[in-house]
Unconditional design. Structure first.
Length: 303
């Protein structure tokens, strides 16, 4: 499959998360509206948990069957270009230990993230169902508020705040659909880029003096984010090329993170000078900058 086809598959998974999120909100709103008994509330919770269980199964299948295709695509793209070079034998395949390990880590990581996401969501749904009835009673007793007013306020809070399914290290709250979208896109780019870098490493070991295996190019899709400044630009993996800046000079790449930022659509592509000639280099003003600095540069350039 092509990158676009894989992204369409990712989009379907995210769409399922969005549907589940809307379903859960509807069921929680129904429970608030009707002030259901404990047994009826448990029934709604079972429905929610069943929906999340189905979602979990889809996430598992996608993580272990589809996500690896991004890695295989990167390997295949590299091998197709190598086949056009003179005096270089195509390596082919993905049986090396480093490939198997990369795929295992990536699939486990994505599935664990999505599974934690749904588990957190389930626990929060339990809490909402358990506490909303108590809040209605407490507010009626303490301040004499009508049940209708209290229900209205609870529904408004539910709609405005949604249901948090994940809180990241920066204390940012994500709902289940937004977090799944970010996680799937980010992990797909990371594993694709790792495939490119690992295959380059294999060829570099076999052909250490071949300049075709030291360069990568940032993909292009017309981004309006600051990472768009790097589209189509060529970088040196080793950092020792006389004509191209080091890959490590890119924001978020200096410590081995192979993506500009979470949710970024860019991928790294092999750049072989024998096939393409001299590539483009980015302005020095965009090298060795932090994400914060690039955000500031982009803001002032576009305001």
């Amino acid at each position: 499959m092509s990158l676009n086809e894989l992204d369409q598959s990712a989009g379907k998974l995210v769409e399922n998360y969005q549907k589940a999120y809307r379903y859960i909100l509807r069921r929680l709103e129904y429970q608030i509206n009707n002030g259901l008994s404990e047994s009826q509330s448990r029934s709604i919770l079972r429905e929610i948990q069943l929906e999340l269980s189905k979602l979990d199964e889809q996430a598992y299948k996608w993580s272990y069957e589809v996500l690896p295709e991004y890695y295989y695509l990167a390997l295949d793209n590299m091998d197709k270009e190598v086949a056009l070079l003179n005096g270089v034998n195509v390596i082919g395949g993905s049986v090396a230990v480093m490939h198997k390990r990369a795929l295992e880590v990536a699939s486990n990581s994505l599935y664990d993230d999505l599974a934690k996401n749904t588990t957190y969501m389930s626990e929060q749904a339990k809490q909402i169902i358990r506490e909303n009835g108590k809040e209605i009673i407490d507010r009626q007793v303490i301040i004499g508020e009508s049940q209708r007013t209290t229900k209205r306020d609870l529904k408004k809070a539910l709609v405005n705040n949604g249901v948090t399914s994940f809180v990241d290290a920066g204390k940012k709250e994500w709902n289940i659909s937004n977090y799944s979208s970010m996680a799937v896109r980010t992990k797909s780019r990371l594993i694709h880029n790792q495939g490119t870098m690992n295959r380059l490493s294999e060829y570099s070991e076999n052909y250490s003096n071949n300049p075709n295996f030291d360069l990568v190019q940032v993909s292009s899709h017309g981004s309006t984010c600051w990472c768009g400044y790097y589209e189509g630009m060529v970088f040196s993996v080793s950092g020792n090329h006389p004509d191209y800046p080091p890959l490590s000079s890119l924001p978020n790449f200096s410590e081995g993170y192979q993506s500009f930022h979470p949710n970024c659509k860019h991928v790294l592509l092999p750049y072989m000078v024998e096939l393409r000639g001299k590539g483009k280099t980015v302005s020095n003003q965009y090298l060795n900058k932090s994400i914060k600095e690039m955000n500031s540069l982009h803001y002032h350039a576009t305001k």
